[in-house]
Write a protein that binds this ligand. Structure first.
Ligand SMILES: Cc1ncc(COP(=O)(O)O)c(C=O)c1O
Length: 402
């Protein structure tokens, strides 16, 4: 390996929500481990790896120039995104005018919904659902209407197109949020699946916000398909949201961007984003993106994906071998896995709360599936050095699923 994905870095006291807030958020990060156990943070979606060296180099160089006044996004910022999108998503015709900066994906989502919906309107989402969508929509006064993903005969999560259509018609829906790749289920949607979903949206005139923040974290044999590449219609009815923050572990620096080809929609959303007065540019965030999207970071992402895939395969094999009644299907990408504990809880007369608590007590900081609308699942973040993932599963075997 050329990059460091094995060092165990102590994040305590270093601005790390993942470790410093354990025991302080009931229902989310509810309890500190018992004496004798350290905490293995597998809940919030950030990584326990140092960032790509090109990011540190770019930020260091910028910080050496000690002035941080008002600024505009540079040509290099836009060129970096255009080059990255071409390499990573095979997008050929992206221009600077199609790209708008946001300081976060959830902000971009809200600005888009303000254009697509009236207050109180229903919005279609898939469940299990990324908690950020659910909370953001509720806080902003939209109704979440869920179409459940269903597991096929191979336990692969699939969209239920008939159900999506029925929900759209029954509720008079004109806006949908897609999560592509999907958090927490780890699906990288195939072109045919996206084409079918976009056909449903076209038929019923539903505008789409496609959150593609996970699009760089894709495993062997899978490919991220940008929703906007599905058809001319998809290109003009979709707002795509991207960010370097998941891929490069930059959530604490913030920064994301919207790609919108339809100029009418783009201008209206940009106006909404400006009107919040909170969507200010951050110069370090701009330079972090430039470092992240530099050609030097490509091998880092490639290596990261192979580390994440190996962790995921280990987790699946370990569960299959040692935890009968617990189910996890191999994921296509991201670093989240969503573990089905329904049968195990039933067979052992345990509640999900008891299982979750047993994990937290031995330092396995995992996350309640009910936050994602699933009653018997647990979400785990596998973006840790392999030795820590191994340790977590050994603790689960010794103290939880026993
Ligand atoms: C699907 C998805 N979108 C967005 C975010 C967060 O984006 P931001 O911090 O830019 O709002 C996350 C974080 O986990 C996520 O999983």
């Amino acid at each position: 390996m050329s990059f460091d994905f094995t060092s165990i870095i102590d994040r305590r006291g270093k601005d790390a929500f993942a470790v410093d807030w354990i025991g302080r958020i009931p229902g989310i990060a509810p309890e500190l481990p018992k004496e004798g156990f350290d905490c293995i943070p597998m809940w919030v979606a950030d990584m326990n790896f140092p960032v790509a060296p090109a990011i540190v180099e770019t930020l260091t160089e910028r910080i050496r120039h000690p002035l941080f006044g008002y600024f505009e996004l540079s040509d290099t910022y836009f060129e970096s995104i255009i080059r990255w999108q071409e390499r990573s998503c095979q997008v050929k015709d992206l221009k600077a005018e199609h790209i708008c900066m946001d300081n976060g994906v959830m902000g971009g989502l809200v600005s888009a919904l303000k254009v697509f919906c009236s207050p109180g309107d229903p919005v279609l989402l898939h469940a299990p659902v990324y908690r950020g969508f659910k909370d953001t929509l509720k806080f902003c006064g939209y109704q979440c209407i869920y179409s459940w993903l269903v597991q096929d005969e191979n336990h692969i999560w699939r969209m239920d197109f008939a159900d999506m259509e029925q929900k759209i018609v029954e509720n008079g829906i004109h806006a949908a949020v897609l999560c592509s790749p999907h958090n927490p289920c780890g699906r990288v949607w195939e072109r045919e699946e996206l084409a079918q979903a976009m056909e449903v949206f076209r038929k019923h005139n539903v505008f789409v916000v496609s959150d593609e923040i996970w699009s760089d974290l894709i495993f062997e044999g899978h490919r991220h398909i940008p929703v906007q590449s599905i058809s001319e219609d998809a290109r003009s009815r979709t707002v795509a949201l991207y960010a370097p923050t998941k891929t490069f572990n930059l959530a604490g620096i913030t920064g994301s961007y919207r790609i919108i080809y339809n100029s009418w929609i783009r201008d209206r959303i940009e106006k909404e984003a400006e009107m919040t007065l909170y969507n200010n540019k951050n110069v370090l965030s701009m330079h972090a993106l430039i470092g992240a999207y530099s050609p030097k970071s490509i091998p880092w992402v490639r290596e990261l994906c192979s580390v994440l895939e190996a962790n995921m395969r280990y987790a699946c094999a370990y569960i299959r071998k040692h935890f009968p009644g617990v189910f996890l299907t191999e994921t296509d990408g991201t670093y989240m896995v969503f573990i089905d504990c329904n049968e195990w809880c039933r067979d052992h007369g345990k509640t999900l709360d008891e299982v979750l608590k047993a994990g937290w007590q031995v330092g396995v900081g995992w996350q309640d599936g009910r936050l994602f609308e699933a009653d018997f699942h647990i979400r785990m973040n596998l973006a840790l050095p392999f030795s820590k993932v191994q340790e977590a599963f050994e603790r689960l075997r010794a103290y939880v699923f026993c």
